[in-house]
Design a protein around this ligand. Sequence first.
Ligand code: GAL
Length: 634
Amino acid sequence: MKRTLGVCYYPEHWPEERWAQDAAQMVEIGLTWVRIGEFAWSRLEPAPGDLQFDWLDSAIEILGDAGLRVVLGTPTATPPRWMLDKHPDMLALDENGHPRKFGSRRHYCFSHEGYRKESRRITRLLAERYGANPHVAAWQTDNEYGCHDTVLSYSDAARNAFQDWLARRYQSPDALNRAWGNVFWSMEYDRFDQIDLPNQTVTEANHPHQLAFRRFSSDQVIALNKIQVDEIRAHSDAPILHNYMGRVTDFDHYAMGRDLDIATWDSYPIGFLSDRLEASDDHKARFLRQGDPDMQAFHHDLYRTVGKGRWWVMEQQPGPVNWAPYNPAPLPGMVRLWTWEAFAHGAEAVCYFRWRQAPFGQEQMHAGLLRTDGEPAPALDELAEIKREIEALPDVGTGKADVALILDYESCWAWEAQPQGADFNMFRLALSAYRALRQCGLSIDILPPDTTDLSAYKLVLAPGLMTIPDALRNALAAFEGTALIGPRSGSKTAELSIPIPMGPNLPGLDATVTLAESLPPGTDIPLSDGGRFVHWVERIEGEAEIVRQTESGAPALVHAGDLHYLAGWPDEDTFRAIVRDLCDGVGIQTHDLPDGLRIRDTESHRFYINYAPEQITFNGISVPPAGAVWTDLP
Ligand code: GAL
């Protein structure tokens, strides 16, 4: 597999006379890919039907002739202002029913039929014109579906489409009433057209109603994407991809991935540390200029699966961003580290956002590879080194993980519909499990919940999987390795009610969760071995053998053979200790990695990635601060 580099470029932001110079410089520094076009609708069609594609023709030609391969984006994340005159009701409405207005981006409702047609039309025009263009080597649909909280819309269009969706799913209002338990509080419906969206209710809306709305909203995103994919495929053989975001769980990425050829994602490690990670102030201070040591890798492993093995980083932070609460600059070396970490997880390409810092617009304070004045920004030096290293290091393969973590989008929605505690959610639990595995030096695959065959793995974790699909239950029954299920896994039916018999209903495991508690910050349940449960703890009945217990003697971890159920949310040290014991039991070698150091094994090499601000020497390998080194696999 070839490792390539690229950049996001906005020719429409710069004078045409500059394009050739930019293109030549991109090639000179070793870039292969240039992504363009994804926000350019107002320049492609300044007025309805007034198509101005000539400038894009030249941009593609100049970039392509220079030797670059173009990723062409559909511009549907930024409909121009005239679109709103044409379709005044196309805006999404927020939970309070307020329009999410024009003046930034992503201002459309996925359910608006008129906008779907516009999106199909502009995609078709682009595909017809550039589908056979030899320089257009890949297509990107839209931009970061779900970014800026844009999946859920409470518009009339969404309500109407939701009612149709419900009628298809439940067939009759009676069936829906039964599935949702609407006898509770006299919430029963006679007709589908009586069912509103689950916002602005007096107190919380019924949980299955919320979950249905989330399932529906996810389907709407996938449908809009599919419209674009179909149009592009009709005219082009080039691979189609989308640039997913970090920690966006509002639509089912596995489902979308089935329609696309490559998954890509946008990696902003320092921005994410500041704006979407629950962590102590000490942790945030320590990793201020590097990002969290597990956040990027988690998404690399996730999107490798979403992309069915093919994935890229489409936007890599190269310097300070503009959008997080605080925006420090990376430590020297971090751009190289992030790039090599992605390659170590199997990325085919890493592209940087953006080529040159913009002097105007909302992202003026966002660094690029070039400064606003066109001079090199600090990241450019690191690129030279990366280029040399790519040339020197042979293909290392992706490597085979012994450990799998199951991540389920529907469970993320179920947790949001029914959090039961204020400050935690499914993603946070999944990341804490992932962190525990990584602190033990393990390489991990992230799998969808409908996985039917686990035989490639020795250890499988399925934390927080509210509903365990039958296929997975069967796969667990047949699994010969060790599995750790829970907390909260198997606690609900697919309609978010409590199953009878009560969960987790795991094959051969006599354990029933009879009560669950959520815990506020600063409180915990001590375990007898010194560990602790935080956020969440369950009471268990049954004869399953106890592996760990609370100080007061209640079961904390139980098992039947290799199937384990965890009855609480372990804190960081406890999770690591549990994972280490399980690995010992199944013959997986673990490491006790120093804070900030991570390992990733490929087919031929072991990568040591040091997120810490100090040099770390581990097992005789010395890794500089913010450094990445590799050796042959031991
Ligand atoms: C991404 C987005 C880009 C740009 C970037 C800034 O989320 O896709 O268009 O806004 O953030 O960091």
